[in-house]
Design a protein around this ligand. Structure first.
Ligand SMILES: Cc1ncc(COP(=O)(O)O)c(C=O)c1O
Length: 421
């Protein structure tokens, strides 16, 4: 097999530099908790391809469903000649998402595309222009979603001008907002929206229930319900971006369930497809059905192979009770990381979406240098971890929800050793 070193040389001559990779190794195969590279080296997977392979890589049901679908047909375009699995995936989204109201769903290819479409739907249904997003938010890399995303480097730098009518409100970030309660932080955000945008101009309030790339920021209890209530009172669409948090990652089908939220619209992607590209927008029927026929869609959205994979992934999550597995994984990670050094300000998250935030000891000043050093030490010892956060000082853990206990514990041993370096 061609070595990683040789592949890397070919890459430099063929692949645009703007597309980065976390590790220098090239994957040969992957399973439930580990990746094996072309040099035969094993990596414990605490990344899941950024929260995608919740059911593991090459999950048996997904493999079988994809194989069977490819043999039947690979593509007709749902907008040209429809097929059952698209409808079934929409039914599943309707069943699994919170909200007892009548719902509709539509399928797309990527998280960013789902977010773009949720905003289109909200603007169309309300006839209003403004979209409110939050500090530390991440919603994608297309032009509109870059505007919605908070962090400049690397996502937005020199890629403007960005889409207009996007307004940013302060987030509830308990470690960094001076002990504001959830309702207090919501009041602060609502003040900004009311003063700078005006409630009657707001088409949508878009928020990740637990922020992903922004640092696994878990808002204080009461923040999300208060913001959602404000949106409702002002006729704005409350959109929960559950692209990273959805599909059992946080120990629930959707993180919105935690505080009894019933978002008007939910965006989903990542874990939904068991590794194949598929995304969805699901929510209130009156909003979704407001758009004229032909106003939503795309050539590949809800491709039959991706739909087959999604149905098999959802079945796997149900069969293996991956919500319970995510909670167990979270408990194990939190227990292993308790009583850490003073450079770790917080271990936070929910289910199998856990992160640690590094600071200069005795302060809350972000320590991106240490974060990078710990991450590098993990990689050198064969543990695949990712960093995140507005300040680059958060190390996050997103293992597949089927990771064997033994691999999880080996990974945590590596992490604990890396913290000593
Ligand atoms: C919360 C959230 N929204 C949107 C996206 C964009 O998804 P995609 O990369 O599939 O376009 C991501 C990806 O990390 C995400 O975490």
């Amino acid at each position: 097999m061609t070595s990683s070193e040789e592949l890397h040389k070919r890459r430099l001559a063929a692949v645009a530099k703007g597309v980065g990779s976390v590790i220098p190794s090239y994957v040969a195969s992957a399973g439930g908790g580990t990746l094996t590279d072309v040099d035969g080296r094993e990596w414990i997977d605490f990344a899941s391809g950024i929260a995608v392979t919740n059911v593991g890589n090459a999950a048996p049901r997904v493999v079988e469903a994809v194989r069977a679908q490819v043999e039947r047909f690979t593509h007709t375009c749902f907008m040209v000649a429809p097929y059952e699995s698209y409808v079934t995936v929409c039914e599943q989204l309707i069943d699994l998402t919170p909200g007892s109201f009548e719902k509709r769903a539509a399928l797309f290819n990527s998280g960013a595309e789902a977010v773009e479409n949720a905003v289109k739907i909200a603007r169309h249904a309300t006839g209003r222009p403004a979209v409110v997003v939050f500090d530390h938010a991440y919603h994608g890399r297309t032009n509109l979603t870059m505007a919605l995303t908070a962090k400049n480097m690397p996502y937005k730098h020199r890629f403007g001008p960005f889409a207009p009518e996007v307004y940013r409100a302060p987030m509830s970030y308990p470690l960094r907002d001076g002990g504001l309660t959830g309702p207090e932080a919501a009041r602060r955000a609502i003040d900004v929206i009311e003063k700078q945008v005006g409630g009657s101009n707001v088409a949508a309030v878009l928020i990740e229930p637990i922020q992903g790339e922004g640092g696994f920021v878990v808002p204080a209890p009461g923040f999300l319900p208060a913001v959602a209530a404000w949106a409702k009172a002002n006729g704005a669409v409350f959109i929960a971006d559950e692209i990273q948090t959805g599909f059992a990652r946080t120990g629930q089908w959707f993180a919105s369930e935690d505080e009894g939220l019933e978002p008007d619209l939910i965006t989903t992607a990542k874990g939904m497809g068991g590794g194949l590209p598929i995304a969805g927008v699901v929510g209130r029927a009156d909003l979704m059905d407001a758009v004229h026929a032909g106003g939503l869609g795309g050539t590949y959205g809800g491709n039959p192979v991706a739909c087959a994979a999604a149905l098999a992934a959802i079945e796997t999550m149900r069969e293996l009770d991956l919500n319970a597995a995510a909670r167990r994984i979270g408990d194990t990670i939190k227990a292993a990381l308790a009583d850490l050094d003073p450079g770790v300000a917080e271990v936070r998250g929910r289910g199998a979406m856990i992160a640690m935030e590094f600071v200069i000891p005795g302060t809350i000043e972000p320590d991106a240098t240490r974060t990078a050093a710990v991450s590098k030490a993990c990689h050198e010892a064969g543990l695949l971890t990712l960093t995140c956060g507005t300040y680059g000082n958060v190390l996050r853990f997103l293992p597949p929800l089927v990771i064997p206990d033994e691999d999880l514990r080996r990974g945590l041993d590596i992490l604990r050793a890396a913290l000593l370096t």
